[in-house]
Design a protein around this ligand. Structure first.
Ligand code: NAD
Length: 240
């Protein structure tokens, strides 16, 4: 099956990857719901946009502890590096990621749509100004905008917020353009991101799925299911 998947990638005209939390597990960042996941110790309401607006100080402290700190020193693993190699070789055209951990950037990929935003930037809820996380002094919580004094929010999607327009548009286009889609480390449970592999399949793409367990996609749309850890399987798909 590895050889079959390699051939599909080699002969593809437009291969796109769709990644989820599973690709970063081997970098030490747990999935939300799995073993060691954040929802075992925190209430998901901390990512509810209205709860954040009402309790910015409480939520910001939890965000720093649960999202910024684990991501700060995390490094890409062999799965991220394999995707970077495929892009450099011209065999991977785009990554659509649901992750907010910046690891595809750190691995060197250039063409990335961050469907749920990222942890590199903050956005002012009043004037929309973007700030880099490295510019923020987290000794004062919650952080406020230096232009208008508005509340700064992580530039990732909270429950109750829409998907950023640009990321949604690019992801939709890329999914429709793909003739091969690598679906990596995602359960397929998170709407609306989860529809993207279905769009690709409907547009004629072959679906190669890499996951430690079967997902919603496996029996419905997957053509080749490579069961195992992304960090072990993906390097095998890179042409030598
Ligand atoms: P998810 O829907 O992203 O599913 C995680 C999937 O990864 C599961 O199907 C699991 O079987 C699979 N998996 C686990 N370890 C793997 C490995 N080593 N190799 C391959 N597959 C593996 O799950 P979620 O955690 O509930 O995520 C909810 C949302 O939050 C998603 O949008 C997700 O991307 C995001 N999230 C992002 C990060 C991050 O930025 N690293 C971390 C947690 C959650």
């Amino acid at each position: 099956m590895i050889e079959e998947a390699k051939n599909l990638i080699k002969n593809s005209k437009y291969c796109v990857a769709f990644t989820g939390a599973g690709i970063s597990v081997e970098s030490g960042i747990p999935t939300f719901r799995g073993e060691g996941g954040i929802w075992l110790k925190e209430n998901p309401q901390i990512l509810d946009i209205n709860y954040f607006k009402a309790n910015p100080k409480v939520v910001w402290k939890k965000i720093i502890k649960n999202f910024y700190e684990p991501v700060k020193n995390a490094l890409p693993n062999p799965a991220h590096f394999a995707l970077a190699k495929l892009e450099r070789a011209g065999l991977l055209k785009y990554i659509i990621t649901q992750n907010i951990d910046n690891l595809h950037f750190k691995a060197g990929n250039k063409n990335i749509a961050e469907y749920h935003g990222n942890t590199r930037q903050l956005i002012c809820m009043k004037c929309g100004k973007i700030k880099q996380v490295t510019e923020i002094n987290f000794e004062k919580i919650p952080p406020l905008c230096d232009s208008c004094g508005g509340l700064l929010k992580p530039d990732f999607v909270f429950f109750g917020e829409p998907i950023p327009v640009d990321a949604a548009k690019i992801s939709d286009e890329q999914a429709h353009k793909a003739d091969v889609m690598l679906v990596i480390g995602t359960s397929g449970e998170i709407m609306p991101a989860s529809v993207l592999p279905y769009f690709a399949k409907q547009a004629g793409a072959k679906i190669i799925e890499i996951n430690t367990e079967k997902s919603k996609y496996t029996d419905e749309i997957t053509d080749i299911f490579l069961q195992g850890k992304a960090g072990e399987i993906l390097p095998q798909l890179v042409m030598s």
